[in-house]
Design a protein around this ligand. Sequence first.
Ligand code: THU
Length: 143
Amino acid sequence: MTAINWAALNAAAKAASEQAYAPYSQFPVGVAIQAESGKIYAGCNVENASYGGTVCAERNAIAAAVVAGERKFAALLVYTPQSKLTPPCGICRQVIAEFFTPDAPIASSNHLGQQQSWSLQQLLPDAFTPTYLAASEKISKDS
Ligand code: THU
């Protein structure tokens, strides 16, 4: 099991938040994730004039790691642009559940140096994960 480097995650998430493209919400977010390899990947939110095209920092960090060949992650940290610490949104929780184990720490930090942590299990209990697809069976129309 890899030790989690919270100092490095904080630095990477804060740096990523400075690259956020958030002209509509003015809510620049940075996320850093630590892979089981020990490497850290970051993402920021990228908004769009067609608001639904916005992608959160969490999903961009995961995409950056996946394109680098990673599949398993030990921890995620959201650097939030306000004092109140913020967990990932619902869509991101689902995407996180694809690659993180239920006991993985999902944390938030802010400019005051405060940090709060949840487990993925707390944020998304009974998540729909790839293991459910393995058990899938075809239900025919006429039975
Ligand atoms: N956002 C993130 O990128 N991550 C979060 O954890 C919370 C929300 C983004 C989406 C949108 O660009 C802005 O923050 C306001 O919701």
